[in-house]
Structures are given as C-alpha cells and as structure tokens.
Design a protein around this ligand. Structure first.
Ligand code: WTA
Length: 644
C-alpha cells in the first residue's frame, strides 16, 4: 500500500472540480458521450455551430471525427474573442535565457503580431492547407507563428530546435512544406544554436521550400539567400495589423507533429481544429485548476506536444497568462526555475521528472533559498515519475502545500488522458491516478483479453475523445497498423500500466521499441539506422536501460565491419555521428562492441536478451535455446557496459 496524500483543505475550498463533481461528470461522460461533449464543445467559439458531435470507428478503415459540421478559427479562439474583456491582460510572459531579459505581451499585442504575420504569410503565397515548418527557439515568435498559421488555415509542423539538419530535412520532405520559419540562432544556457545554418543545410535536399523567414534572435551573422530568405522583422513591419481569420472546418488539419514510433522513420501525427481545441482548453482548465488571473508556467519546448497543448493552445484558448521560457533549469544557476517562479509570481508550475531528478541531485538549498510562496499547484509530464522524485518535488519545491498532477498522455492523444484533478483526487506518489472525463482506459493481456480489477497489462483506450489524432500524414495505413491492429477495435497506447485496488493507474513505461530519454521519445529503430549509416558499422541494435537522471538511457550494441578496430576514438566518433544524424537527444550513452548479436535461426534479433544485459540483469536471460548461436550471449554478458 502506498501512501495517500489527501486533498489539502486550501485546494478543496477553491478548486473548480470537487470529488463529487468529478464522479458525476465522469459517469455522464461515459454514459452519454454525445451529450457530454456537445455541452463542453460550446466552451469555444464556433462560426457555424456544430450539429453532429461524434463520428468514430476504431474498426475497418478507422475514422475519427468530432464536431465535423462546425466551423471555427483556432487563432480567433485564442486571441480575438478575449480582446474585449482582456485586451490589456498579459497573454505571454517571456523569460529569456539570460535572466536580464523578459517581456510581457498582452492579448492585444499578441493579436496584432499574429495578424501581421498572417498577412505576411499570405503575401508570400501561403494558403489554407499548406504546410509551414517552424524551427524556432523558445521565443514569442514561435507562438506567433503557430497562431498565424492557424489564422490562415495552414498546417504547422514544428521541428524541435535540437534536431539536426538531416532530421529537419526528413520532416520537411515528408509533408512538402513550402515555407520554413526559423531564427538566426537560438540561445540556450548561454550557448548559441545555429538554426539558420541548419536550415540552409537541410534545404540542400528539400525542393518544396520556396521561402524561409528568419527571426533575428541573436543578431549573429547568417547567410541569406536572395529570392528565398527574408527577415521576419521586415515582413511584419510592412504587413497590415488587422486580419480576418479564415473560417475552417472543425476537422481541418491544425498541425502535424513528428514523433518516434517503434519502427521506421518518425510519424507525422495529425491533429485537427475543433475537437483538439475543446480538449486542450478543457484539460488545461480543469487539470491545472486554472482560475482567471493565475500565472501558469509549463517548462516544455514548443517543439514537443506539451508545448503545443499546454503552452500555447490550451492556455490561450482559456485567456490565461502563460509563461514561455527560453532557457534551461541550470543556467545561470540551479535555482533558475525557482528564481523565475519568484520573479513572475508563478502559481502553477508544470515540468518533467527528468528536470526534477537533475535538480534533486543539487540538494535542497538552491530551492529553499527562494520563496516560491506564489506556487499553488505542481505538475509532471513526459515519463513515469519515481516516488522519490515525486516526494522531493512535493516536500521541497511545493513546501508540502501544493498538490502534484502527474499527467499521462501522448503526442497522439493531443491532451492529458489520465491525471489527478487537484480538488477531486487524493494523490499517490508515482500514480497518474484516474482518467479524465470521457476517457475509458482498458487493460489487456498480450492476447488482447481484457483484464479486470486490480491488474497489470497493456494500456488501451476503449473509445475516442475529441483531442485524439486523426491520422498519420500521408499514411493512414500506418496509422491503422500502429494503433488499431495490435488489439483490434481499441486504441493501443504502447504503454504498460498497473491498475490498483482503488482504480488508480500507474504507468510503467513503453512496452514497444520506443524509449523515453529525459521525457523525449526516441525510436530504437531510428538510432539503429543512424548507426548503420556509418561506414564502419555492420550492424546495430539499440535498447533502453534505466538511467538515474534521464529515466532511460540509450544502449547500443554495435558490430563493426570485418577488419575494423573497436577503439575509444571510434566509440566517440559514433556518438558524434548519431548526434549529427538525429540530434544530441539521440546520443547513445553506452556503446558495446558486439562481435555478434543474439538472433533466432530465422535471423530475428532477440531484443529481450539485449534489454536484460543492458539492465545488468544478465542472470535472468530466460530461454536462449532458440538462438542460432547461444555463445554470443556469453560474450555480451562478459563485456557488458552497465555494471551498476
Ligand atoms: C510517456 C508527451 C508516465 C509514456 C506528453 C507515453 C508518461 C509517452 C507520462 C508519450 C506520465 C508521458 N507518466 N509516462 N505522466 N507522460 N509519458 O508523445 O510512455 O512525447 O507513451 O508525449 O511518454 O510521449 P510524448
């Protein structure tokens, strides 16, 4: 039995949803989803109201539609509709990498900036349905670019600024973007990131891109290609400050976001407009118990889905004040997060377990010397939070006062699916607790048989919610294959979970070949294909292993081409090679030279064995009798790299 943290009296007094309301709403959302979502669909402004709520099938060709005959504009919902009441309220607090730089942007100001960019993009020939690739650092222009894209009905695809030119090129090519919005350089932890130079490199292999718009962030020297590249500042200065938002269907694509799968190249997860915005805004309001005037800070990068739903779309649709942070937790000091909390009087703070674990290592003093009196609620996302990190977060950061919402969700789900609600859910450290309204988690065994009661198994979701992805860009077949064929008729999450006697969910991590490094998803297949692209590598197999700070580390088994020497230099070269091919987040932590890999007689690599060895759990390798050559295992065990 794990410890239970009851709902604090302070929280209970002011929370939007209490325990009784949670159960009433949840029951209704399951018994009458059409009625429930029709009612909550009204939380956003529709140009033409919807009459149909839901049209979903998880079988056959799989289709997912919500509010399909309604029309709206997502940017108008995030901006225009707030102007009358909160034009002068701060929409975005921007905190720069350097603590001396910050800015407050009101709703009125943000609206004007978005209108100007919408006009500028239109002048460049960008139309509804076109894809816009955004490769920007954490600066307000990133939000402006997203909203301007939404305003003209274009589809944005943000590529995280830490990805390499090759990774960027692959994502541009997959969706045929006609335009890239970037910056001269990014700035993180005092270090410059050559964004424009990366774009130039990427575009050597991308023929679809006609325009590159460049924000001046550092003023660093960059090469501008005549006829292709323009400065953002010049374009918006020339553009008109008002713009009529384009009326879009509820099911019009809003954005694409590439994420790693268990096989092949990254998948372009497609989200549409109406249902996504309803779900992002509703979860933002209730999960974070957002009250008017609260200062809300999500530390994610807009390059990930968390930044989409919980820095930009959810908060702005709710008229919230959202903080956007350019920097990193340990620059200039390890007190930075808490200094920012004090500087801007942050009430709600949402971060990843990996950040908590790395700060935990620095001790309590850097936290305790700050006030943090403004904090009311803490959140966690991206990977399982271990109970030690949870209790440290609660006791040290939150001074034991602030509930923690451990929110489980995925790029594919668009918004949070399993989570506590602060006024409704007693907490257990390490558990994401209970489903949000309308969400029906289902546990199945390997054969797909539903498991009831307290149990452990694979996590599926029985039915749709409005924020769910609709397809994979250009590959509906892969969409069906990836999510709806393992357990037919159900959405398979790829995660394993445990459900306890109180019906609380404990996410145990991925059960497929996706690893979660510092809350970033990485496909083992992607790292493998980067490794084998090196001229000296014959074969590679990549698995995850437990890592104290990152949650999981990347462990690579590499077989070299005949005659190549396994040296320390080569090891370093391979790490750098992967950084260059994908980006620093994909760097292998450990590389083991392996003369052979454990394969079945039909040539299939037995990853189960490789995972065990990487976990240093080589005593429990299980049955190895089906291996073509069982002796390779002895060599791998003997030369294993992880001996903790
Ligand atoms: C993991 C991030 C445990 C999970 C929003 C999921 C979590 C993957 C949690 C999605 C959590 C995310 N507890 N595990 N609270 N949140 N995960 O697409 O394995 O980047 O499948 O979306 O992160 O990662 P993604």
């Amino acid at each position: 039995m794990s410890e239970v943290y009851p709902i604090p009296a302070e929280t209970a007094k002011s929370a939007l949803i209490d325990e009784k309301t949670y159960h009433e709403w949840y029951d209704r959302s399951i018994k009458d989803p059409e009625g429930f979502w029709a009612e909550h669909g009204k939380r956003i402004d529709w140009i033409k109201p919807f009459t149909k709520v839901k049209d979903v099938s998880y079988n056959g060709d799989v289709h997912i539609k919500w509010y399909e005959d309604g029309t709206l504009n997502v940017a108008a919902n995030c901006l225009d509709r707030h102007l009358a009441k909160r034009g002068d309220q701060t929409a975005i607090i921007w905190e720069g990498d350097d603590p001396s730089e910050s800015a407050h942007i009101t709703y009125r100001d943000l609206h004007e900036r978005v209108c100007r960019l919408a006009n500028a993009l239109t002048d460049l020939g960008v139309k509804a349905g076109d894809r816009i690739t955004i490769y920007l650092p954490m600066i307000p222009e990133a939000a402006v670019a997203m909203l301007a894209s939404a305003r003209i009905g274009a589809v944005h695809s943000i590529v995280f600024g830490g990805f390499s030119p090759d990774a960027l090129a692959g994502r541009i090519q997959d969706c045929d973007s006609s335009i890239v919005i970037t910056a001269d350089e990014g700035l993180r932890g005092g270090r410059k990131v050559p964004l424009k130079a990366n774009v130039d490199k990427a575009l050597e292999t991308c023929w679809s891109v006609k325009n590159v718009v460049v924000v001046k962030r550092t003023g660093g020297n960059v090469h501008m290609v005549t006829g292709r590249d323009s400065w953002y500042e010049d374009l918006v200065a020339k553009a008109a400050p008002t713009h009529t938002p384009v009326e879009m269907s509820a099911e019009a694509p809003l954005f694409l976001l590439y994420t790693s799968g268990s096989t092949g190249k990254p998948k372009g997860v497609l989200h549409t407009s109406g249902g996504y915005l309803v779900y992002a805004s509703m979860t933002h309001q209730y999960v974070f118990d957002y009250h008017d005037g609260d200062i809300y800070w999500c530390t994610a990068d807009v390059g990930w889905v968390t930044g989409h739903s919980y820095i930009v779309y959810g908060p702005l649709a709710n008229g919230a004040t959202t903080l956007m942070f350019e920097g990193i937790p340990n620059y200039p000091t390890v007190s930075r997060f808490w200094d920012v909390v004090d500087k801007h009087k942050v009430n709600i703070f949402y971060t990843a377990p990996t950040a908590i674990r790395s700060l935990m290592r620095e001790g309590e003093e850097p936290v305790k010397k700050t006030s943090r009196a403004s904090l009311r609620l803490l959140g966690s996302v991206g990977e399982p939070i271990n109970p030690e990190a949870w209790t440290w977060y609660h006791r040290v950061v939150g001074d034991g006062r602030c509930p923690i919402v451990d929110t489980w969700w995925q790029t594919e789900t668009g918004g949070i699916l399993i989570t506590p609600l602060p006024g409704a859910t007693p907490l257990k450290p390490g558990s994401a607790t209970r489903p949000f309204f309308g969400v029906v988690p289902l546990m199945v065994d390997a054969e797909g048989k539903e498991l009831l009661g307290a149990t452990e198994g694979n996590l599926c979701i029985a039915d749709s919610w409005p924020g769910q992805m609709r397809t994979l860009w250009g590959d509906h077949e892969r969409f069906k294959q990836s999510y709806f064929t393992t357990y037919p008729g159900r959405y398979f999450t790829g995660d394993g979970a445990r459900r306890d006697e109180d019906g609380y969910y404990w996410i145990t991590g991925r059960v497929d070949d996706v690893i979660n490094v510092s809350g970033h998803r990485m496909g083992t297949a992607e790292v493998e294909s980067a490794l084998v692209a090196h001229p000296k590598v014959a074969e590679a197999a990549v698995v995850g292993y437990p890592h104290e700070i990152k949650g999981q580390g990347i462990y690579a088994y590499v077989t070299l081409i005949q005659g190549e020497e396994p040296t320390e230099e080569l090891r370093k070269e391979l790490v750098n090679w992967v950084r260059k091919e994908i980006g620093p987040i994909a760097s292998p932590d450990l590389i083991q030279w392996s003369p052979g890999l454990p394969k079945t007689r039909s040539g299939k690599i037995m990853r189960r064995i490789l995972r065990k060895i990487a976990e240093n759990d080589y005593g429990a390798l299980g049955d190895t009798s089906t291996l073509a050559d069982p002796t390779v295992v002895d060599d791998l065990v003997e030369n294993r790299m992880n001996r903790v």
